[in-house]
Write a protein that binds this ligand. Structure first.
Ligand code: GSH
Length: 215
């Protein structure tokens, strides 16, 4: 039995689970998965039986639970410091932590208005000024990271890091809501959609039969 188990929500809808799962893939660990469908009468009790915050993702490491996507990232980065979860350069690392923290605690308008939904497209979806402001800020973050730290690869800091895992569900939102982006942002979105663990997640999401109607 693998040492690690990852507790996840539906692959089609759980953006925070996607982050945790991509981070586990980046760390190269072997892990079991347990998917708990969201928005079911027993969702909360099922998650609470395994993780005290009642949210996914949670990583179970040898019986000890680490909840929250960012805590999972830090836990695995500490366990496997040679696997490049954070950029090696100290300034790039601080910047990566900043943009991850900004995602983790911000972009509320975008997250509420454009849920992650890998099963449907929402063309012509009106964007409020607050959502447009979040989108502009995200494009500026991507541009700045790529220009300052990403020149030796196609990801935000060159090679893939926790920062890309954190922005991957934003990419899927931009795709499902057919958000018009600048050419460099489009190129970054294409990189994420073609990233091998991302393709695996998308394939597994497509196999799910549960659906959630957001609108
Ligand atoms: N801060 C948490 C947020 C996790 C979160 O909001 N997860 C949602 C699913 S994407 C959840 O568990 N919701 C519980 C529910 O729907 O009952 C993290 O980064 O891991």
């Amino acid at each position: 039995m693998p040492r690690y188990k990852l507790l996840l929500g539906n692959k089609s809808y759980s953006s925070w689970s996607l982050r945790g799962w991509l981070i586990a893939k980046l760390a190269g660990i072997a892990f079991e998965e347990e998917v708990i469908f969201l928005r079911k009468p027993d969702t909360r009790s099922r998650i609470l039986a395994r993780s005290p915050a009642g949210q996914v993702p949670a990583l179970i490491d040898d019986g000890e639970v680490i909840w929250d996507s960012l805590a999972i990232g830090e836990h695995l980065a500490e366990r496997y410091p040679d696997r490049g979860l954070w950029p090696a350069d100290p300034l790039a690392r601080s910047r990566a932590r900043s943009v991850v923290a900004e995602m983790h605690s911000g972009f509320r308008a975008l997250r509420m208005a454009l849920p992650m939904d890998l099963r449907r497209r929402y063309p012509d979806h009106a964007l409020s000024p607050e959502v447009a402001q979040d989108i502009a800020r995200i494009e500026a973050i991507w541009r700045d990271c790529r220009a300052r730290h990403g020149l030796d690869g196609a990801f935000l800091f060159g090679a893939p890091t926790i920062a890309d895992a954190f922005y991957a569900p934003v990419v899927t939102r931009f795709r499902s809501f057919e958000v018009t982006l600048a050419a460099d942002s489009e190129a970054y979105c294409a990189t994420i959609m073609d990233w091998s663990p991302m393709r695996q997640w998308l394939e597994e999401a497509a196999e799910e039969s549960e659906t959630i109607a957001f609108f």
